[in-house]
Ligand binder design. Structure first.
Ligand SMILES: *Cc1c(COP(=O)(O)O)cnc(C)c1O
Length: 400
């Protein structure tokens, strides 16, 4: 299988597995056991992972709260801040194209008396810091905006949004599940107060993630969402997933080390893929921002070729019609909808997200498969490539 669905999940890096293995076998201690060496070894391993993860986002190790993944981190950040600061206000600002873990959490809070503003995006899926500034009112307690979108790869102006949040004294939560490990993220430079990270989006294991919680200026406090033994500074109880955490730490260190070279390598492969496909196929639209976009993502709409059927016909190439969660729910992409992409193009959308283990040979093979598949589907639907519809695969000003 040629795996081009790395925004859904990434394979475990063998070096990560190697780091985890002792903690799945001999070193099975509970990191909260303070009375014997097995517990100490586990606690030490967790502390190391905390430092490894904190280092890649420019944070202090003490600010990392381990969770079961970015979904839980989003829930803890948003519900935890909303409840903690409810005396200050009840207004939350987010964006229409957020991940369901953020949108559904906001919807839940709306049902309990909070007010939520869902900012619209431009045709590239981007929100501006000015839009955020205008939406802030006296009762605003939280801004929650993702760093990079999981479907389009579009990167929001996080630095500017963080500055607005700081100027106006509003907390800023950022879902960094797609961004951390793929593009530089720095909580100080970007003014981020809360940052959600997932292990399995950066070649670590599934079922582990973390939330960065700013420790000073300001010190952010959260109402815990899972009660119990008071682990993780009381913010998230439950015995720590030591092997998972060790894996996530190793994955973070590896990602940081490889990021500069790897992001360029993946960008080149991604651009080769798009160029190869659009050289042979007309009426293809590239969704997302032309330049402010994750280096690994190309979300293409093929007019006249239904997405799911096209992917089925691709055989050994694994891609996706949208995010894994919207695919499971069999609903059309809310992200493309918010960007104003016409329904017939939304129907023909395929997200190609590359990763660490993709090779040039794989990409060349994928190009052939995609061209074959789209052409076949267009034949079935009777779509005429030379018909009136012409859609640029490049936004004005884009250079490859
Ligand atoms: C994958 C993803 C999540 C969910 O992360 P899990 O660790 O799978 O819970 C949240 N937000 C974004 C943007 C994602 O891409």
């Amino acid at each position: 299988m040629i795996y081009l669905d790395n925004n859904a999940t990434t394979p475990l890096d063998p070096q990560v597995l190697e780091a985890m293995t002792p903690y799945l076998t001999d070193e099975f201690g509970n990191a909260a056991s303070v009375d014997h060496p097995l517990g100490w070894a586990a606690a030490e391993a967790v502390d190391k992972a905390r430092r490894q993860i904190a280092a890649i986002i420019g944070a202090d190790a003490k600010t990392i709260i381990f969770t079961s993944g970015a979904t839980e981190s989003d829930n803890l950040a948003i519900k935890g801040a909303a409840e903690m600061y409810k005396d200050k206000g009840n207004h939350i600002i987010t964006v229409a194209t957020e991940h369901k873990a953020v949108l559904d959490t906001c919807k839940y809070l709306e049902g309990t008396g909070y007010e939520v503003t869902y900012l619209p995006v431009d045709e590239f899926g981007r929100v501006s810091a000015e839009q955020v500034a205008e939406a802030i009112g006296d009762r605003t307690i939280l801004i929650t905006i993702m760093a990079a979108n999981n479907e389009t790869g579009t990167i929001h102006p996080i630095c500017d949004i963080g500055q607005v949040a700081k100027d106006r004294g509003v907390l800023f939560h950022c879902d960094g599940a797609q961004a951390v490990g793929r593009i530089p993220v720095d909580v100080e430079a970007m003014g981020i107060d809360l940052l959600s990270i997932s292990g399995h989006k950066m070649y670590g294991p599934k079922g582990v993630g973390c939330l960065y919680v700013r420790g000073r200026s300001p010190r952010v406090r959260l109402t815990c969402q899972i009660h119990g033994g008071g682990h993780e500074r009381g913010m998230r109880s439950g015995t720590l997933n030591v092997p998972g955490i060790v894996g996530m730490g190793a994955a973070a260190e590896l990602a940081a080390k490889e990021l500069p070279e790897e992001s360029q390598r993946i960008r080149d492969l991604r651009d080769r893929l798009v160029a190869g496909v659009t050289a042979k196929l007309d009426c293809v639209k590239l969704n997302g921002h032309p330049t402010q976009r994750l280096p690994n993502t190309a979300y293409l709409s093929f007019a006249g070729a239904e997405g799911e059927a096209t992917i089925s016909a691709m055989g050994d190439v694994a891609a996706s019609t949208g995010s894994a969660c919207t695919t499971a729910a069999h609903t059309r992409s809310h992200v493309l909808g918010a960007m104003g992409v016409p329904e017939d193009l939304v129907q023909g959308s395929i997200r190609l997200s590359l990763g660490r283990f993709n090779t040039k040979e794989e990409i060349d093979h994928a190009i052939e498969r995609i061209i074959f598949s789209v052409t076949a589907m267009r034949k079935v639907s009777g779509f005429d490539q030379k018909g009136g519809l012409t859609i640029s695969s490049q936004a004005p000003g884009e250079t490859r």
